[in-house]
Design a protein around this ligand. Structure first.
Ligand code: 5GP
Length: 238
């Protein structure tokens, strides 16, 4: 499939139209931002890793009955995906306390949560993605109750599948963010699953192998992204 004009440039990806209005091509960049764009930088080869890792995990999810926007990987940075109408709700799942939940509730980083915690944020750069609940989603007409029921069910299923797969790569899925879209009247998984959108800790040392290395200036950022991808590939048939 051939790309035509650029439709949109986001913080980590560019999106191009194609000759078929049902599909778009995403092109992953090496640009990195944090704290809603206040911190900027680049992470060498990040785009290549995020493209490959996201496609790999989306295909694993598809095999397990989760519908996603993935269509075809074109090359190391570019993928054809279904053109969805994004639901403007970021869905965050937490298995272990870190980041936002520690700040908000005073929990100690690393505390195991006895059940997954699902949070919703309104996708808005101007407002800094504020946390919202089902009532806000309803009155702001961001999604129907039926859609949110589907999103929550899909999210919990995805959490289980990802935790299991990542553990085979000696990685703990601490938390992550998902985005969903509407396609042909259905809710499907969109956006990406990568070290940009997940917190991933080494199962033995608890070392951080994700974007927190960039956010918190921990060093070895590129190496962490490479390490995650290497472990995923090496554990492919485990
Ligand atoms: P927190 O709320 O603790 O900052 O983030 C929780 C999880 O969701 C982390 O894995 C983080 O990477 C992901 N996350 C939350 N908001 C965003 C966002 O706007 N962009 C990206 N890439 N990830 C996010």
């Amino acid at each position: 499939m051939k790309e035509t004009q650029q439709m949109y440039e986001g913080k980590a990806k560019k999106v191009f139209a194609t000759e078929d209005e049902k599909y778009v091509i995403v092109n992953y960049k090496d640009d990195a931002t944090a704290f809603n764009g206040k911190k900027k930088g680049t992470i060498a080869s990040k785009g290549v890793i995020n493209n490959r890792m996201s496609n790999y995990l989306f295909q694993m999810l598809e095999k397990n009955g989760v519908e996603t926007h993935f269509v075809e990987e074109l090359d190391e940075r570019r993928t054809v995906v279904k053109k969805v109408e994004i639901v403007p709700v970021e869905v965050i799942v937490r298995n272990i306390a870190a980041g936002g939940i520690c700040k908000r509730l005073g929990l100690t980083e690393g505390m195991k949560l006895c059940a997954p915690v699902v949070e919703y944020c309104y996708k808005s750069d101007e407002l800094d993605d504020p946390m919202i609940n089902d009532d806000h989603i309803k009155v702001m007409d961001l999604a129907t109750e039926e859609e949110m029921k589907t999103i929550r069910e899909m999210t919990l299923k995805i959490n289980g599948l990802l935790q299991e797969r990542l553990l085979k790569a000696d990685l703990i899925l601490v938390d992550f963010k998902l985005e969903f879209g509407r396609f042909d009247g259905k809710i499907i998984l969109a956006d990406e699953i990568s070290p940009d959108t997940c917190r991933l800790w080494d199962v033995h040392t608890m070392a951080k192998l994700d974007k927190d290395r960039f956010r918190r200036d921990l060093g070895d950022v590129e190496e962490a992204y490479q390490e995650v991808m290497r472990r995923l590939m090496e554990s492919d048939n485990k």
